[in-house]
Design a protein around this ligand. Structure first.
Ligand code: ZN
Length: 497
């Protein structure tokens, strides 16, 4: 009898506890309200912040606004003494570069473009070595028994397939040796670690992508591009050539002579990072991201960037409020939650790249998931005027089935149509590569990119606060909140595939 009595009172207590926990969850969830989202949105995309371009006074004001939000909520900074993570950046002008390969001169932009640069000087090599795809992987290497020290290596873009049309390295899937935004960095790293002088990659797509982009810099700085300015990023030359030079560049006995000089202007801009520490697994982290920047004024017009990315930013602020409220009324998350606002996304995902590749503020291996919010407050005209209660989900199943399933289950609180049309890494619109979650996925961290699509006001001065569709937007914010809640509070860390 006694043991039964103990058992039943235990049951009653745990029912009360569970009920209390659910109540706290629902109270936190219900605190996500349209009027609060609106108020923040009108502030964050106001003319005062001047479009939040990188770098600008307006962006600094936006950063201050974010910092004050966390301070007011009593959410601490990730770094001990500051909410700011300074990201070292630079403007690079078009380089003064002359390139001569065995008597043939090459014209910048038209014939080739430099993607990453080493120091200013003359680069001479008596030998250019064709090296296949420039890959060095446990399953496949182009560097076996080849000495490239002091030589320029030439590699094809992409990666090799076997006679069945499958990739040597990952079978049906592309590997880090050909995935956009990973390929060049990886091929550069291997060439550099083999003491090559420089690498040439022959690929029509990469050449046209970057020569076009650098030539007509899209954010009002003609021929000025922005890059990270830390030494590890800029320590080696990567030149991109179109395939019309394939026959020439793979000939034997070619000599390379390049003189290179560039003007740079260094500066820094800030990421903002706050944390609610976990009560049971404080050293496991769910990292939420949204880019804080947009673009500089052009032709006297301010680009308010309400959807891009006031929507992701404000979503995160509101979610932070919900977690802070839950903590206050008795429920801390079991795992730590990091609120990371990143800079310079519009100039090439630079703030997030600096964070993941050079200075993670919490360990990458202990980062269990990333939820990224970017442009999630409007509707995609491509979908027509049917159901606005939808959200595009990108990347959720790439690394973890758990993450995918948790997100779907969390949708019971929002009942959105989860639209996976852009989920594929080979989708021609490339959304998988187009926001900050990509640098997390690249580092083997399961991630979801929440997105509502591009529209006529995308990167126009007309992307303003009154055009946000607040009802579906609120439901999307709740979906992210509940997904983060489950990731942080479930007993087991989510598993990788
Ligand atoms: Zn954006």
């Amino acid at each position: 009898m006694k043991s039964k009595f103990i058992f039943s009172s235990f049951l009653i207590i745990s029912v009360i506890l569970t009920y209390g926990q659910d109540k706290i969850l629902m109270e936190a969830s219900n605190s996500i309200k349209i009027d609060e989202l609106k108020e923040k949105m009108y502030t964050y995309s106001s003319d005062e912040f001047d479009g939040r371009g990188t770098p600008s006074k307006g962006q600094q004001l936006a950063v201050e606004y974010l910092v004050n939000h966390y301070k007011n909520l009593g959410i601490q900074s990730v770094k001990t003494d500051t909410y700011l993570q300074a990201v070292p950046l630079q403007f690079e002008e078009k380089p003064n570069i002359s390139l001569n390969i065995s008597g043939q001169k090459f014209i910048y932009y038209q014939d080739y473009v430099s993607y990453l640069n080493g120091p200013d000087r003359e680069y001479k090599s008596e030998e250019i070595v064709f090296i296949g795809y420039g890959i060095d992987d446990p399953n496949y290497s182009d560097y076996k028994n080849i000495n490239v020290k002091g030589k320029v290596v030439v590699a094809f873009g992409g990666e090799p397939k076997d006679k069945n049309g499958e990739y040597f390295i990952n079978g049906k899937n592309k590997s880090k040796w050909s995935i956009l935004r990973q390929e060049i960095d990886n091929k550069k790293r291997v060439a550099r670690s083999n003491d090559a002088l420089a690498i040439i990659i022959i690929d029509n797509y990469l050449h046209s992508r970057y020569s076009g982009r650098y030539k007509n810099s899209d954010i009002g700085y003609s021929e000025k591009r922005m890059t990270l300015s830390n030494n590890k990023e800029n320590n080696f030359h990567v030149l991109l050539f179109p395939e019309k030079f394939k026959n020439f560049l793979t000939k034997e006995n070619l000599a390379f002579d390049m003189s290179f000089e560039k003007n740079i202007e260094k500066f820094s801009a800030d990421n903002v990072a706050a944390i609610i520490e976990g009560s049971e697994f404080p050293d496991e982290y769910v990292v939420l991201t949204a880019h804080l920047d947009h673009v500089l004024p052009r032709n006297g017009k301010i680009y308010n960037g309400a959807d891009d990315n006031g929507s992701g930013t404000v979503a995160m602020l509101e979610i932070a409020e919900s977690f802070a409220l839950a903590k206050k009324i008795g429920k801390e998350p079991k795992r730590s939650i990091v609120f990371l606002h990143v800079t310079a996304e519009e100039r090439g995902l630079l703030g997030s790249k600096y964070y993941t590749d050079y200075e993670p503020l919490v360990p990458i291996k202990q980062t269990i998931a990333n939820l990224n919010m970017d442009m999630m407050g409007r509707a995609d005209p491509e979908r027509g005027i049917r159901n606005l209660n939808y959200v595009y989900i990108i990347g959720s199943d790439v690394l973890s089935d758990d993450l995918h399933d948790i997100n779907i289950d969390a949708n019971k609180y929002s009942n959105l149509e989860l639209d996976f049309r852009f989920n594929g890494i080979d989708h021609p619109d490339q959304f998988y590569y187009r926001s900050d979650h990509f640098h997390f996925i690249k580092n083997n961290i399961p991630a979801i990119f929440y997105f509502s699509g591009v529209h006529q006001d995308y990167h126009e001065p007309t992307d303003t606060a009154e055009k946000i569709l607040y009802e579906p937007y609120k439901k999307r914010v709740k979906l992210i909140f509940h997904t983060a809640w489950e990731l942080a509070n479930r007993d087991e860390r989510i598993k990788l595939k």
